[in-house]
Design a protein around this ligand. Structure first.
Ligand code: GLY
Length: 369
C-alpha cells in the first residue's frame, strides 16, 4: 500500500520594510494594530551595546501597553553568533515560560538579527519575529531578506534557515551612536550594492562618502533607501538563492573566508571590502571590469576607511583553503560572482551568476594583495 501525502503550499511571506527615524513608537503602534495577531508575549533579543541605548525604551513601552516582555542579551560581536549562544537564548526563553504563542523582536545589528531570526525559525518549530535594525550593516543587508544563521568554527553562516520577518524597521537615528569603524563596515555592503546594481548610488557615494561617516541626515537617508531597494528587489526574485541572489555574494567568497581566518579581528564589512577588491582584481584579469573601475572601487573603500589589502597577519594559504567553505562551491570547485564594470553583474548562463574559477587564479590575486 502507498499513500500520497500532498503538501503543495502557497505561502505569502510578504512584509513591510519601514525606513525612518526613532521608529519605537511605530513598532508599538504596529503591534497594537495586529502586526503579530493576538500575540501578547514578546522576547526581545539584543546585544550588550544596544540594550542600554535603544532597548530599554521599547521594553518599557511594551510593558506599559500590557505585553508580557523579557529581554535576552547576548555579548556584542560576531563571536556571539554561535550554536551555543542560540541554545543560551532558547534555554533562557524556555525558563521564562515562552511557548509557541510568542514573538521575537531582534533589536540590533546583523549578529542579533541572524541569531534571533534563526531562534525564531526553530523555537517551538517556528514563531514570528520582527527585525529592528540599529546598524548600517544590518540596514544595508542583514535585516532584509530572511537569511538567518549562526557561524561554526569552520566558517560563517553555515547553519541556518531562510526565515522572513513580519516587518523590518530601519531606524536611521540609531546610526548616530555607531562608532566610525561600524559605519565603515556597513558602507562595505553599501558599496557592494552599488557595484552590482546601482551605478548612480556608486557615483553618489563617490561624491558624498565622507558625509555618511559624519552622519549627514540626507546622505544617510539616501543610502538607506538605495541599499534597501537593491536588496529587496533581488530577494523578491530569488528568495532561496537558486540563482540571482548569488549576486549579493559579491566580495563574500574572499570576504567570508578572510573574516574567519582573521578570527573576527576584521569586522564583516572590513572583510567584505578586501573581498570586493580581490574579486574586482580577478575580474579585471578576466576582462569583466576595467583597471580604471577597479581603482574606483579601491578608492571608494579607502575613503570609507575600509581596508583594501590583506593584513600581514593573515596566513595566505589558510585563506585559500578557507575559500572552499563557501556555499557557492559546486562539486568541490570554487565559484565566484563578478561585477560587470560598475552597477551590473556578469551572467554566465541561464540564471547562473557565478563563474567557476581555479585556485591558482585567485591565489595569484591573494598573494599580490
Ligand atoms: N547577504 C547576502 C544575502 O542576503 O543574500
Amino acid at each position: 500500500m502507498k499513500f500520497y501525502c500532498e503538501l503543495k503550499k502557497v505561502v505569502d511571506d510578504s512584509y513591510d520594510i519601514e525606513i525612518g527615524r526613532d521608529l519605537a513608537e511605530t513598532l508599538i503602534n504596529d503591534i497594537k494594530g495586529g502586526l503579530c495577531g493576538k500575540i501578547k508575549k514578546f522576547a526581545i533579543v539584543t546585544d550588550s551595546t544596544v540594550e542600554p541605548l535603544y532597548v530599554r525604551n521599547i521594553f518599557a513601552r511594551l510593558i506599559n501597553e500590557g505585553y508580557d516582555t523579557n529581554v535576552f542579551v547576548i555579548p556584542e560581536g560576531e563571536k556571539s553568533k554561535t550554536r551555543a549562544m542560540k541554545e543560551f537564548v532558547e534555554d533562557s526563553m524556555l525558563e521564562k515560560g515562552y511557548r509557541r504563542d510568542c514573538c521575537i523582536i531582534a533589536i540590533g545589528g546583523g549578529v542579533v538579527s541572524d541569531l534571533a531570526g534563526f531562534v525564531a525559525g526553530t523555537y517551538g518549530r517556528g514563531v514570528p519575529f520582527i527585525n529592528y535594525a540599529t546598524t548600517l550593516l544590518s540596514a544595508a543587508d542583514a535585516s532584509v531578506g530572511g537569511k538567518t544563521a549562526v557561524d561554526t568554527p569552520l566558517a560563517t553562516n553555515l547553519i541556518g534557515l531562510f526565515n522572513q520577518p513580519k516587518k523590518v524597521y530601519i531606524d536611521i537615528d540609531t546610526w548616530k551612536t555607531l562608532p566610525e569603524r561600524q559605519l565603515s563596515s556597513g558602507l562595505a555592503e553599501t558599496i557592494k550594492h552599488a557595484c552590482i546594481a546601482d551605478e548612480e548610488l556608486f557615483s553618489y557615494l563617490e561624491a558624498n562618502i565622507e558625509k555618511i561617516l559624519t552622519n549627514d541626515k540626507e546622505a544617510c537617508e539616501y543610502i538607506a533607501e538605495h541599499n534597501c531597494s537593491v536588496k529587496y528587489k533581488v530577494v523578491m526574485k530569488d528568495e532561496r538563492e537558486s540563482g540571482l541572489r548569488e549576486v549579493l555574494n559579491l566580495g563574500h567568497t574572499v570576504g567570508r573566508a578572510i573574516e574567519t581566518v582573521s578570527d573576527y579581528n576584521l569586522l564583516h564589512g572590513e572583510a567584505v571590502a578586501i573581498g570586493l577588491v580581490a574579486e574586482a582584481r580577478l575580474g579585471e584579469k578576466y576582462g569583466f571590469i576595467s583597471h580604471e573601475n577597479v581603482q574606483r572601487v579601491i578608492n571608494l573603500c579607502v575613503r570609507a576607511k575600509l581596508p583594501v589589502n590583506i593584513p600581514p597577519y593573515i596566513d595566505r594559504n589558510a585563506l585559500i583553503r578557507k575559500l572552499y567553505t563557501d556555499k557557492k562551491v559546486r562539486d568541490g570547485k570554487l565559484r565566484m560572482v563578478f561585477q560587470k564594470e560598475i552597477g551590473d553583474v556578469m551572467c554566465f548562463g541561464d540564471n547562473d551568476y557565478a563563474k567557476q574559477i581555479t585556485e591558482p587564479e585567485i591565489a595569484q590575486v591573494i598573494f599580490e594583495m
